[in-house]
Design a protein. Structure first.
Length: 244
């Protein structure tokens, strides 16, 4: 291990993207692991202060920077949404792309202090959050979640998403016990008017190029699947207010 931050994604395109973002200083320096998450073991992750799974184009680490999280320990991840998206086949837990159980095994073994995640809002109705909450509570985590849309934070699009956070409920690091957990009710952060980020500017450039440009479809797909860092940052800030 050469850095304190770990990134994992199995798509070469986004792994190269992450490395470029690191080189540009837009996200923290770290190691980019290009293996499928199914091949990652607890020993591969232990020792890192922060770990970002399904890292994509780096939305979560950028959001943590916007929120002022600093170098505090944390894991993040946005599990593949296709099994639960209204645009997909909605096979839910029977879909081979349902990778929460794989990520949960790593969480259970490594027991990070705090875990942030995101999923399409349709997942709540298909039982995804219920299963996630049961798993995490069985591993002594308290979990809070709510649905937020990007338009509520000034963005020019709806982009409704399910945001969740899990915290070690054993009393370590001053985290509240489960009966004190009130994140859904206490999410009251009032963000400033929408400000463009490097992600917004890059998306505009990619989406405006000619159809003949190589990798354009893949590039726009990654922007389409990515989180909105400003919304994630608001959720993180609300958590920080609830559990200092």
């Amino acid at each position: 291990m050469s850095q304190s931050v770990y990134y994992n994604d199995s798509e070469p395109f986004v792994c190269a993207w992450l490395k470029n973002l690191i080189a540009a200083g837009l996200i923290p320096a770290g190691d980019v692991d290009e293996r499928p998450i199914q091949e990652v073991t607890p020993d591969d992750v232990k020792g890192y202060t922060q770990a970002h799974f399904f890292a994509g184009i780096g939305g979560w680490p950028y959001a943590l920077q916007l929120a002022g999280w600093g170098d505090r320990p944390v894991w993040t991840g946005s599990c593949p949404c296709q099994p639960f998206s209204a645009a997909g086949h909605q096979k839910s837990h029977a879909d081979g792309r349902h990778l929460w159980p794989v990520w949960y095994d790593l969480i259970r073994e490594c027991h990070p202090v705090a875990v942030f995640g995101e999923q399409v809002s349709d997942a709540a109705g298909l039982g995804w959050l219920d299963a996630v909450a049961l798993d995490l509570e069985s591993a002594e985590y308290a979990i809070g979640a709510c649905v937020l849309d990007a338009a509520s934070f000034g963005a020019p699009h709806l982009r409704k998403r399910l945001w969740w956070v899990a915290a070690n409920s054993s009393g370590e690091s001053g985290i509240h016990k489960p009966h004190d957990w009130q994140i859904p009710q206490r999410l009251s952060y009032n963000p400033p008017y929408w400000e463009a980020s490097p992600w917004d500017e890059a998306a505009a450039k990619v989406c405006s190029v000619d159809d003949g440009v190589p990798d354009r479809v893949m590039a726009t797909e990654k922007f389409g699947n990515a989180i909105v860092p400003q919304v994630a940052a608001a959720f993180v800030r609300a958590y920080m207010d609830c559990a200092p």
